[in-house]
Design a protein around this ligand. Structure first.
Ligand code: ZN
Length: 366
């Protein structure tokens, strides 16, 4: 046999045919593999292309993997699920203080609207959620976490539906929550602790800027009278004028320096204890926020005018509250000031007006 291998041509040709066949098979296998590789590459390229198409719309997508624990009386299994959530976009003229919200199940948060598109007012806000099983949102923009996951909350303008901004909401399971079947209703029924947020020295409670004896503004904070506050005040004065009443600005915005002077004068005249009930110390006057107005004459005689009575009844319709109401002196720390109105937006103003609480009580910090 060994001899055949080297001495004769026939056996060699036989071997060579077999080798040839083997080589053909190997070549076919390689071609097959290359074709498969090519198909995979094409498929991937198509996938990238379609992802690219999405980004060209300004919506970059991220894939978020969440782990859902399914509780069964018999067995507890952990099933990973993959959800694709689009990054929040804002191609509108809405300006929010934040476009991402991260809360625990049962917790609340509210993005603040810093600027509205032209022609859009607070009353035109329309809030919606992409997945109410993860987070719900009410008509005022309060977002409540329902179950762990990620979804998008959208704010649209009813006046101009093209104006739309999204908020990415991440809800985490609370540490004490080992019952994932808690219904959203029961989570919302509990009054959550107010969300107190310090932004550059300004205190926002549930999204409302709060200035009182406890919370102040930095000495450098010096905004003009807020434009929305001014617009709404103009509507208020026009409505009052139709009833023959004259309401005008006595004091709007006041700087830290102005407040300093007023407070010093007040202390000189009345002494510190008395001055503290009628004059805010520098940094603690709401007038430094540009969100309030003293109407007509800032003294107790104003309380007896028809204008004061009209403000008491109608200010909330324009988004204002009587900031220091009668009977709430021990909470606000200030005497009754029927002339001092604060802009909080018509929804909050109406709730405060209808319930008879003061701002501190409404915000849960009384
Ligand atoms: Zn005032």
């Amino acid at each position: 046999m060994d001899d055949n291998r080297y001495s004769s041509n026939r056996p060699r040709r036989k071997v060579s045919r077999r080798t040839y066949r083997n080589r053909r098979l190997a070549a076919l296998a390689i071609i097959g593999f290359l074709v498969l590789l090519f198909v995979i590459l094409i498929a991937n390229a198509c996938k990238d292309k379609s992802a690219g198409k999405t980004s060209s719309k300004g919506k970059d997508t991220t894939t978020i993997t969440t782990t859902t624990t399914v509780t069964d009386p018999a067995v507890t299994t952990t099933a990973p699920t993959t959800t694709t959530v689009t990054e929040p976009v804002n191609e509108s003229d809405f300006r929010l203080d934040k476009q991402t919200v991260s809360i625990m199940v049962g917790e609340k948060d509210m993005p603040r609207v810093l600027e509205y598109p032209d022609g859009t007012l607070e009353a035109d806000e329309r809030w919606s959620t992409s997945d109410p099983s993860i987070a719900v949102v009410d008509a005022y923009g309060h977002i409540t976490g329902v179950s762990p996951g990620v979804c998008l909350v959208t704010l649209k303008s009813a006046a101009d539906p093209k104006q739309e901004v999204q908020i990415k909401v991440t809800v985490r399971g609370s540490a004490s929550d080992n019952d994932s079947t808690t219904s959203p209703q029961s989570s919302r029924a509990e009054a959550p602790a107010p969300s107190v947020d310090d932004t550059e020295g300004l205190t926002y409670v549930n999204g409302v800027l709060l200035v009182n004896k406890e919370y102040g503004v930095p000495a450098t904070y010096s905004p003009p009278l807020n434009s929305l506050c001014y617009e709404q005040f103009s509507l208020l004065t026009s409505a009052a004028a139709k009833e023959g009443l004259k309401i005008y600005i006595c004091t709007g915005f006041r700087s830290y320096k102005d407040q300093e002077k007023i407070y010093e004068e007040s202390v000189k005249t009345y002494g510190e204890t008395m001055a503290d009930t009628c004059t805010a110390s520098p940094g603690h006057s709401e007038h430094q926020t540009g969100l309030c107005v003293d109407c007509n004459t800032a003294d107790s005689s104003f309380g007896y005018t028809a204008e004061a009575a009209w403000l008491e009844q109608h200010a909330h319709e324009f988004g204002f509250i009587i900031r220091y109401p009668l009977g709430k002196e021990s909470i606000t720390g200030r005497q009754y000031e029927p002339w001092h109105i604060r802009y909080v937006g018509s929804k909050i103003a109406s709730r405060i007006h209808n319930s008879g609480v003061c701002l501190e009580e409404y915000l849960g910090v009384a």
